[in-house]
Design a protein around this ligand. Structure first.
Ligand SMILES: Nc1ncnc2c1ncn2[C@@H]1O[C@H](COP(=O)(O)OP(=O)(O)OP(=O)(O)O)[C@@H](O)[C@H]1O
Ligand SMILES: [Mg+2]
Length: 232
């Protein structure tokens, strides 16, 4: 369960950017929410607040009833490691580690042994179509391959919450479709709560609800079931 209550995030102190303005949103366990909106509307800012990598200027973010602001840095890091799979828009892969090491990292940080962690990482690399790239480092991969590596890393520990920033942005439509199906499968198996930032209406249709942001505010919310009904 994610509760975002009246959250604002301002950047800068001279000319202030109001990246998010009084956003309130409640996401029950297992719901899939697509966040859409123009470039600069606050989507990535919202994800960074949800995983506790950034703090709001005002308002509170709670994960399973715990306010992120009430935790110290170590506890916040632990919560992120245990509960939140994050696919960053800029991937945030470690350049000196190979694909299998990058993907195994969240498991290693949870204390899983090297052999088992790398075995699970290899399996997931196979599922994102990178089985034969396991020993490549990020700079030896294409943009779309790096994106798939970042996706594998976020999914490897079967997180209860998945935050994904444009996970299909750099992929051709067939690969993008496979990734969405992989995420659907994760949701089906573990009832994962998903927040998916996307510019793609088709990807958004894999969710239960679409939240539209503009200038840091929620301007519209739609349930995907009702949209599908309109199409029929
Ligand atoms: N560290 C920062 N310092 C100052 N301004 C920032 C910072 N990060 C983001 N912003 C500003 O906050 C606003 C929201 O940025 P954000 O990255 O959340 O947009 P976005 O919706 O993810 O856009 P995109 O679709 O291009 O990824 C933008 O106007 C951006 O310029
Ligand atoms: Mg963004």
């Amino acid at each position: 369960m994610i509760e975002i209550d009246n959250v604002s995030r301002d950047y800068g102190d001279g000319k202030v950017v109001h990246a998010l303005q009084a956003v309130t949103l409640s996401i029950p366990k297992g719901e899939r929410v697509a966040v859409m909106g123009p470039s600069g509307s606050g989507k990535s800012t919202l994800l960074n607040l949800l995983c506790g990598l950034d703090q709001p200027t005002a308002g509170t973010v709670k994960i399973d009833g715990v306010a992120l602001s009430s935790l110290d840095d170590d506890s916040r890091t632990r919560l992120r490691r245990e509960k939140i799979g994050m696919i960053f828009q800029t991937f945030n892969l470690l350049p000196t580690l190979t694909a299998v090491e990058n993907v195994a990292l969240p498991l290693r940080l949870q204390g899983v042994g090297k052999k088992e962690a790398e075995q699970r990482a290899r399996k997931l690399l196979g599922r994102v179509g990178l089985g034969d790239r396991a020993s490549h480092r990020p700079d030896e991969l294409s943009g779309g391959e790096r994106q798939r590596m970042a996706i594998a890393r976020a999914l490897v520990f079967e997180p209860p919450v998945l935050l994904a920033d444009e996970p299909t942005g750099n992929l051709d439509s067939a690969t993008g479709q496979e990734i969405l199906e992989l995420i659907d499968g994760l949701h089906g198996e573990y009832n994962t709560t998903i927040v998916l930032v996307t510019h793609n209406e088709e990807a958004a249709m894999h969710c239960d609800r679409i939240v539209r942001l503009r200038d840091g505010r929620i301007v519209k919310q739609e349930s995907v079931g009702s949209l599908a009904a309109e199409v029929v």
